[in-house]
Design a protein around this ligand. Structure first.
Ligand SMILES: Cc1cc2nc3c(=O)[nH]c(=O)nc-3n(C[C@H](O)[C@H](O)[C@H](O)COP(=O)(O)OP(=O)(O)OC[C@H]3O[C@@H](n4cnc5c(N)ncnc54)[C@H](O)[C@@H]3O)c2cc1C
Length: 384
């Protein structure tokens, strides 16, 4: 069987590796002239690390990151609300919460994929005839396979062709991300909550620091590099040290900006011999750090289903039944976390902070654990 994988991000590369491991021929098509990620950090939870182990690339990925370690949830003024212990999650999950640079993850996945990679191939159309699926690319090339995997991100061209009614809906806040040299004062992960805004600091290996910020904003702002920098400084002016210094020391050209979105009005993730995975199927809010982890899980489950069912349609049907309920639950919980963190009203924020302190963050920990502790074999069990 020959699989066409569209997209060379976390989901597409993992799908390529998992499909090759299951014995399939794989051609991967990426629109960019190179497989690479621009600079920011990423957390991989135990659920995803176990999958990467299962498909033979876990050790390589683990070697490029480090355990996130314990952290703190704070106020904008720098008061600690709760200590966030990662050991509970690591013990229950049986693996570290790995923090690494995205470029390192992509490089490790690229190295682990031994199928054919076709760069500069932007998918423009898909069509199915009988038992074949055909892809057409902007450069005039075409390809045929037995199954096509749409792993082409939240603006998925594959999804647009087969489910034109689906939309990527803005959730009300925008995100900025950057990587700088780590100031000596930052020794652990923290997330700080202010009025309709949050700021996170996460140490990476090699003396670097990953920072992320979210703030409530109208949809569709287009910010130049300089504006990203000045917007971050304006929004987080007066927040506790070293937030302003961290922003100031970031190269404006390296600050990433995304409106945070979720995919809605998508009736299913498969259509004949075409399957969507990762952000193409379920772009989600980043609050649980499970978007990329879910793409990794999708890729693994899809490959197992294709290996276990002789008919592609049956395999894809099982894939959707296994994945959709779990991912829908992650999307919901992630969104709820974000709404909690992005509160603006002063009274609501005081109540939120008081509940967080009183419960020592128990609810959040339980939600995180619900997904982080899942082992690969459990992903293959139908629970609905
Ligand atoms: C602020 C923020 C923080 C996050 N933090 C985390 C975290 O800590 N942990 C985590 O697990 N997740 C996190 N995520 C989510 C994670 O980044 C995504 O879920 C993940 O990157 C999705 O991977 P993907 O492969 O599905 O899509 P993408 O990474 O978008 O990759 C899609 C690929 O397809 C290519 N492509 C697009 N269109 C075409 C086309 N027409 N033809 C060919 N190729 C095409 C693109 O060039 C790209 O290479 C975060 C997201 C954000 C916004």
């Amino acid at each position: 069987m020959r699989a066409l994988v569209v997209g060379g991000g976390i989901g597409g590369l993992t799908a390529g590796i998992a499909l090759r491991r299951a014995g399939f021929g794989v051609d991967l098509y990426e629109r960019a002239p190179a497989i690479r990620e621009v600079g920011a950090g990423l957390s991989l939870w135990p659920n995803a690390l176990h999958v990467l182990d299962e498909i033979g690339v876990g050790a390589r990925v683990r070697a490029l990151g480090h355990a996130q370690g314990d952290g703190r949830l704070m106020t904008a003024e720098g008061r600690t609300l709760i200590e966030m212990s990662m050991s509970v999650i690591e013990e229950a999950g049986g693996a570290p919460v790995l923090m690494l640079h995205r470029a390192s993850l992509i490089e490790a996945l690229r190295t682990g994929f031994d199928g054919a990679v076709h760069l500069g191939h932007e998918l423009t159309d898909v069509a199915q005839t009988g038992e074949r699926v055909r892809a057409t690319f902007a450069n005039g090339a075409t390809a045929e396979g037995d199954v096509l995997v749409g792993a082409d991100g939240w603006r998925s061209a594959v999804r647009a062709r087969v489910f034109p009614g689906a939309r990527a809906e803005y959730v009300g806040y925008s995100g900025l991300r950057g990587v700088v040299a780590r100031p000596a004062s930052v020794t652990q992960t923290s997330e700080s909550w202010g009025r309709g805004a949050r700021f996170g600091l996460v140490p990476l290996v090699d003396g670097r620091l990953y920072w992320f910020a979210c703030w409530n904003a109208p949809e569709g702002q287009v910010l130049s590099s300089a504006e990203r920098h000045s917007r971050a400084l304006e929004t987080f002016r007066g927040w506790h040290a070293p937030i302003e210094d961290v922003i100031r020391s970031t190269d404006p050209a390296a600050i990433l900006h995304d409106d945070v979105r979720e995919i809605v009005d998508l009736p299913t993730w498969v259509h004949g011999r075409i399957a969507l995975l990762g952000d193409a199927a379920h772009a989600m809010t980043p609050n649980l750090g499970q978007g990329g982890c879910s793409a990794i899980e999708d890729a693994y489950v899809l490959a197992r289903c294709l290996a276990n069912f002789p008919q592609v349609e049956d395999a894809l049907d099982r894939y959707v039944r296994l994945r959709r309920p779990r991912v829908a639950s992650i999307v919901r919980d992630s969104r709820a976390f974000g709404s909690f963190g992005q509160l603006e009203n002063g009274l609501a924020r005081r109540v939120r902070d008081a509940i967080t302190v009183a419960t020592k963050g128990r609810y959040g920990r339980e939600v995180v654990l619900r997904y982080a502790r899942t082992r690969p074999h459990e992903l293959l069990e139908v629970t609905e």
